[in-house]
Design a protein around this ligand. Structure first.
Ligand code: PRP
Length: 215
């Protein structure tokens, strides 16, 4: 039996994924050791391998087949737009992709003005404004702390993730439009899905049942 390889998103998503995997009998003790510098972790009993990577890299590893299965945020999946199958909503990591800004910016949005939109997610923002709203905007790509942009005058609005809303509140910004709900998803390589269908289906079904029990 060959190893089935999982790519997990470093950080909170990986911890939640490992907790869920444990509940369905898949353990990877080595991975929980915070001091380790190891990159790959093995569960010999079930012939599974796990590695951690930066969020946006997970769909890349899965598309190329370096990982058979991945766990990634829906925001990343949409933005990366890789040729992979999305097979399960894990429900955790729930948040929303929104257009945010100062309350006054609502008028500009309503009148379809040519505004500047700062975001870590140019594809999602472009798709939303061009294809859904038919509004011409200027996109400005940033790499983090996007809430700064409207405060310092880089853009009129931002497209970003809102979870609790506290970053917006503490910076005098608000949700102006909601683009879509987000959460962690399981993605699968298209070839692995055919070659390892039974093993992947068994794991995905077990996860699905566990999520159903918790709801
Ligand atoms: C994310 C997002 C918001 C914040 C939203 O940023 O970009 O800034 O979390 O969460 P809240 O609604 O609970 O305040 P992250 O912490 O991932 O870092 P970043 O700003 O560097 O992208």
């Amino acid at each position: 039996m060959r190893y089935l390889t999982f790519a997990l998103t470093k950080g909170r998503l990986a911890l939640q994924t490992l907790q869920l995997l444990e509940k369905v009998g898949i353990r990877c003790e080595e991975m929980k050791d915070k001091n380790t510098r190891k990159l790959i972790f093995v569960n010999e009993e079930k012939k599974l391998k796990f590695f951690l990577s930066k969020g946006p890299d997970v769909p890349t590893y899965v598309e190329y087949g370096a990982a058979d299965v991945g766990v990634s945020g829906k925001d990343i999946i949409m933005e990366e737009n890789r040729k992979i199958y999305e097979v399960l909503d894990l429900k955790f990591g729930a948040c929303r992709m929104c257009v945010c800004g100062p309350a006054q910016a609502a008028e500009m949005l309503r009148h379809h003005e040519r505004i500047r939109v700062a975001t870590k997610y140019p594809r999602i923002a472009r798709d939303y404004f061009h294809n859904e709203k038919h509004q011409t905007v200027e996109l400005i790509k940033l790499n983090g702390s996007v809430e700064l942009a409207p405060i310092v005058g880089l853009s009129e609005v931002i497209v970003d993730i809102v979870e609790t809303g506290s970053t917006l509140r503490e910076n005098g910004l608000t949700v102006l439009e909601e683009i879509c709900p987000l959460s962690a998803r399981v993605v699968v390589n298209q070839v692995s899905m055919r070659l390892e269908y039974d093993r992947i289906r068994e794991i995905v079904n077990a996860l699905k049942e566990e999520i159903g029990r918790e709801e």
